[in-house]
Ligand binder design. Sequence first.
Ligand SMILES: Nc1ncnc2c1ncn2[C@@H]1O[C@H](COP(=O)(O)OP(=O)(O)OP(=O)(O)O)[C@@H](O)[C@H]1O
Length: 237
Amino acid sequence: MSAPASSAVSIRGLRKAFGPKTVLDGIDLEIRRGEFFVLLGPSGTGKTTLLRILAGLELPDEGTVLAPRRRTTVYQEPRLVQARRVLANVTLGLPRSAREAGRGALAEVGLEGYGGAWPATLSGGEAQRVALARALVRDPELLLLDEPFAALDALTRLQMQELVAELCERHRPAVVLVTHDVDEAVRLADRVAVLREGSFAVEQPIDLPHPRDRSDPAFIAHRRRFLSHLGVAAASH
Ligand SMILES: Nc1ncnc2c1ncn2[C@@H]1O[C@H](COP(=O)(O)OP(=O)(O)OP(=O)(O)O)[C@@H](O)[C@H]1O
């Protein structure tokens, strides 16, 4: 089976259980090349499991999953090797010839000149930018983002969202972002899905122009709809 040429990811009839617990139950999903897909869902509904399957770190029990080989994940924590300098972290596992591209990636995330720094000297936001540069330098066709902003303060989080939007616009990987933050989802996504009880409770394209205004009635309507699917019906603001 092969995916349509326009697809980066193609999932059919995906089922995954851990022991007696079925976590993903009959998931079908196509993600277009360059599409920014956001996965929302209550805690423990299988978002990370789906991401790990897309990363090739976990195998499905049933179904087919087609994903590009050139894929990389950014996690909630930057996962830097403390004993290696920043540039060495960015180009970890790549040939020496990648160092120039590594410096370029650092510049793209706003860390020009940080290549010689040690991870321990970085702020949380800077360390997460290094993790982004490490992903970027691999030129992924599929970028998997597992709550990459969750550990950051509110202002840094907004700056990082802007940076990721900009980088994805420029490099156009397909993106799967897992988040609990409904505003983040509506701000960044081409399409949002809410995962509940093993399958998608809703799948909604977001056709608003960028940059998105959180006070736009259409933005607010999307937020309200997703919150209600997450069981937070009253929390519209
Ligand atoms: N390796 C594993 N062995 C057993 N159970 C697992 C394993 N990985 C995940 N689970 C279980 O599968 C369910 C889904 O986990 P997962 O981490 O995918 O959820 P999530 O939606 O990402 O949660 P959160 O939003 O809290 O991060 C949970 O009940 C979890 O305990």
